[in-house]
Design a protein around this ligand. Structure first.
Ligand SMILES: [Zn+2]
Length: 270
């Protein structure tokens, strides 16, 4: 599933195609892709004011209301400028008045379009944007310490920090030397400082390298990211840790495959 850097890369690639254009209509070829029966009706002939990312959502700001798109496993956009014939597995088509069509391709069919009349309400349970100025070390540390949960599950549930998923969390925890099963309230401040920095660092590197290419992610046709070259633990089970040569282990945390170094990463519990 794409995470913040992959979604940001997709937003950066589709924004120039959309901003300032007017939607002619949106057609859903798979009914379940639209979470609101009247989304097409609401969006018709509206101008697209902006396209940006909030957490793992792509948000299209229209003159009245917003469309939120969650790509889930395999959702991606392909513009008609890059497709001679209609691509396969198309679940929705955004027809613009200038003739461009943005295809929403989604092989696994989990991607969703949401109609958002009230942005504040829709995103009320989504945590800090980790690369924004409102995400400060002090706020992050106090939120993490106020909960008593496994640190990894807390970081991926979007309630404190938004946009993080399985892969970038494993990498950030490795860099901060924290075992993914550690109790959030027991992790010392020194380690949390390091975690705060690591989260921002892995995400910035991910964006700079245009995301991570595994399981078919592309931000444009044939355009892939390169963050996989920076992975230190994710998908490295049985390989030597780059820091200490101990074998990287894989466990389940929060029902997610979790990779860590049993020597470098300290387990903090009550
Ligand atoms: Zn190690």
């Amino acid at each position: 599933m794409p995470e913040l850097p992959e979604i940001q890369t997709i937003v950066d690639s589709i924004r120039p195609l959309l901003v300032g254009k007017r939607i002619d209509h949106i057609l859903f070829l798979l009914k379940e892709t639209s979470m609101h029966g009247r989304l097409s009706h609401f969006a018709r002939h509206q101008k697209i004011i902006d396209v940006y990312r909030r957490g793992k959502y792509i948000v299209m700001q229209l003159e009245r209301g917003h469309i939120g798109i969650h790509l889930r496993m395999t959702g991606k956009f392909i513009s008609s400028y890059n497709a001679i014939t209609e691509p396969t597995h198309i679940r929705a088509r955004i027809h613009l008045e200038d003739g461009c069509i943005l295809y929403f391709q989604d092989r696994r069919k989990f991607g969703k379009f949401y109609w958002i009349p009230d942005r504040e309400k829709f995103f009320e349970n989504i945590g800090f944007e980790p690369l924004s100025d409102e995400f400060t070390k002090e706020k992050f540390i106090s939120k993490i310490r106020s909960k008593s949960r496994q640190i990894k599950s807390l970081l991926i549930d979007q309630s404190i920090v938004s946009g993080l998923g399985n892969i970038y969390v494993d990498e950030a925890l490795f860099r901060a030397k924290i075992h993914p099963s550690s109790q959030s309230s027991s992790v010392p401040e020194k380690q949390l400082n390091l975690l705060f920095k690591s989260i921002r660092q892995v995400l910035k590197e991910g964006i700079a390298l245009k995301g991570l290419t595994i399981k078919g992610y592309e931000y444009g046709p044939g355009d892939s990211g390169y963050f996989q070259s920076r992975l230190q633990v994710y998908s490295k089970k049985g390989e030597d840790c780059l820091e200490c040569s101990t074998k990287i282990e894989k466990i389940k945390v929060y029902n997610k495959n979790t990779h860590f170094c049993p020597k470098c990463q300290i387990l903090f519990t009550n």
